[in-house]
Design a protein around this ligand. Structure first.
Ligand code: ATP
Ligand code: MG
Length: 597
């Protein structure tokens, strides 16, 4: 018979610490959350060596009396649960285990003073009280954690470099500071002030200060409400994307979370506006009644569980999309300052066009390599004259009504890739392929949402496309939905599909490649995406096939038609991969280029 016995309290705390205190950043998170719960209006954080040597959090909150300090260090002692109703909790903490857990794996010192009383301190070293007595400090609390895991080598071993522990600490402060724009925060690392934000900033300013200043210009405000749920925040335009998802700050009822459902919803909202390896930048605050969400499902409380996940997901996707659609007419991106600098630095001669005299002089020069070089130059010159890369229409006054077109009137085409247009307030350059791809996608989506048959172009002779059996299975399963978008597929034996119709905008394209790409898309996204998003992906793939390639000459009428359609079409400001489809050089920018301003 095994002998069952109760574990000593120090061991229980250390086991809990294994879950709550993973690394300096998690201890810091608990301390800052406690300061917020204590009603602090200013929170100062000091770290040494990435938090490995010292984490200190000072607040001007309610403070603790001496007996409360002792209780706070006891397990399952909390002041925060009203009448045992854990569902109704509105504080960040509620378990009463953070401080005893940290105190079991470090040296922890609490100094605290309630308003109108004297200060007191207590110091605990790996679970044992080592000092206690009066303390001098302003009203509030200062908690110091030194030498984390100093005597728990098994844990210390898993810590990463001070640098990456410091980065994780910074992230914690940033997230909590974002959750509470009303509170002032400072962060000091190894004696250097690295962050300072004032209380009362307001959400937008706080987010811009903590994430990226550019968000003020390249973000849209989110403000949505549905039923019991409310969503606010700032979302970056798709063109303002990053290679990592670190800059997605998500909050549920003021609590920073890294919840998979929410992360998935964000990905879904941006699905057809960003390449798969690019990530949106945003700060989103979801508010729901406490009974709609269980915050007690993760030791560090960074994941939550919703009573109705599908509702929450749908709400976030549509809230984000709505806001981003509203921004469709905004310039996706002002001409990047770097690019502007290039304009300025460009030599005046745009193409190598040596004078004929110089060429002939070289042609007859004795050195053989000169001859071949001259030949090369000559051919280049000839090409430049015979087949100009740029075409322009005759300059005519800005047409009547041009002022009404935000993207202006087409003036010409450059490198058979870019449309140059004149708008009332500047010069517009459009990437014709990116823009057209976007338009085809939106057309396909619109067709899918409305009447269907009209969008399909039946093939006179159905085309057989051979594929892997698993791809055929997936296509067969998706066929009823694909047909709504004009792609009519049937199973044709174990490893082939029969294509009977293709979406009208794609007629005449490479059908085999289209079907293969759709199959790849279905395979890559599997069931990870909701039906609608999966279709968006597939449609984006199809759109790419049907688009005007870069390198095709367009007539002025075609160019203008493209511009007008872009103006009519939602989300036309960025291509399906999150790059801008057009940029505008304002008159003021042009004047700057010529030093007129
Ligand atoms: N900075 C502080 N100012 C005032 N009181 C504090 C402070 N930090 C902790 N306390 C008190 O100590 C108690 C225990 O803190 P602890 O973090 O261990 O648990 P908790 O916050 O209640 O729950 P959780 O374990 O979920 O964080 C708190 O309930 C609070 O009353
Ligand atoms: Mg706590």
């Amino acid at each position: 018979m095994p002998l069952i016995r109760r574990l000593p309290e120090t061991l229980v705390n250390r086991i809990a610490a294994g879950e709550v205190v993973e690394r300096p950043a998690s201890a810091l998170k608990e301390l800052v959350e406690n300061a917020i719960d204590a009603g602090a209006s200013r929170i100062a954080v000091r770290l040494a060596n990435g938090g490995l040597d010292l984490i200190e959090v000072t607040d001007d909150g309610c403070g603790m009396a001496p007996d409360e300090i002792a209780l706070a260090l006891e397990r399952h002692a909390t002041s925060k649960l009203p009448d045992e109703a854990i569902e109704q909790v509105t504080t960040l903490g509620f378990r009463g285990e953070a401080l005893p857990s940290i105190a079991s794996v470090a040296r922890l010192t609490i100094e605290s003073r309630p308003a109108g009383a004297d200060g007191w301190m207590r110091s605990v070293d790996h679970g044992a009280v080592v000092a206690e007595g009066p303390a001098a400090l302003p009203p509030g609390t200062r908690i110091r954690v030194e030498d984390l895991f100093g005597r728990v080598p098994a844990r210390r071993k898993f810590l990463r470099s001070a640098r990456s522990e410091y980065a994780a600490c910074q992230d914690v402060v940033r997230r909590l500071a974002m959750a509470r724009p009303d509170v002032g925060f400072t962060l000091e690392h190894d004696g250097r002030r690295v962050l300072a934000v004032q209380g009362g900033d307001g959400l937008a300013r706080r987010v811009a200060a903590l994430v990226a200043r550019e968000l003020a210009d390249e973000g849209v405000a989110i403000e949505a409400e549905r039923g019991f749920a409310k969503l606010t925040g700032v979302a970056g335009l798709p063109t303002f994307n990053r290679g990592v998802a670190d800059h997605q700050y998500l909050f549920v009822n003021g609590r920073p979370v890294k919840d998979r459902l929410l992360i998935g919803a964000v990905r879904g909202a941006y699905a057809d506006m960003l390449a798969r390896d690019r990530h949106a930048v945003l700060a989103l605050f979801l508010e729901v009644p406490p009974e709609e969400v269980d915050v007690n499902v993760h030791p560090a409380k960074t994941e939550v569980r919703f009573r109705d996940p599908a509702f929450v997901r749908g709400f976030i996707v549509s809230g984000l999309r709505h806001a981003l659609d509203g921004a469709a007419q905004r310039s996706a991106q002002p001409v990047a300052s770097g690019a502007m600098a290039n304009w300025q630095a460009e030599p005046i001669m745009l193409t190598p066009q040596p004078s004929l005299g110089a060429l002939f002089a070289r042609e007859y020069a004795p050195a053989p390599q000169r001859v071949s070089e001259a030949g090369r130059l000559w051919r280049g010159y000839e090409q430049a004259v015979m087949a100009p890369a740029a075409r322009a229409e005759e300059a005519v006054p800005l047409a009547e009504g041009a002022a009404d077109f935000p993207l202006g009137v087409a003036r010409g085409q450059v490198a058979q890739t870019y449309i140059v247009a004149e708008a009332a307030d500047g010069l517009v350059i459009v990437d014709q392929h990116a823009a057209h791809e976007r338009l085809v996608l939106e057309r396909l989506k619109a067709a899918g949402a409305g009447a269907t048959a009209a969008t399909a172009q039946a093939l006179l002779i159905p085309e057989v496309v051979e594929l892997e059996e698993s791809d055929c299975d997936r296509l067969e399963e998706a066929a009823p939905r694909l047909v709504d978008h004009g792609l009519a597929l049937e199973r044709f034996g174990p490893d082939a599909m029969l294509v009977r119709a293709v979406p009208a905008p794609l007629a005449g394209g490479d059908i085999k490649a289209l079907v293969r790409d759709v199959a790849d898309d279905l395979a890559a996204n599997g069931d990870a995406l909701l039906l609608g998003e999966r279709l968006d992906h597939v449609l984006a793939t199809m759109a790419c096939h049907g688009s005007v390639r870069a390198g095709r000459a367009l007539s002025v009428a075609e160019m203008n038609a493209l511009l007008r359609e872009m103006e009519r079409t939602p989300r036309s400001g960025q291509c399906n991969h999150g790059r801008p489809t057009w940029v505008k050089l304002a008159h003021a920018d042009i004047e700057k280029l010529f030093g007129r301003k």
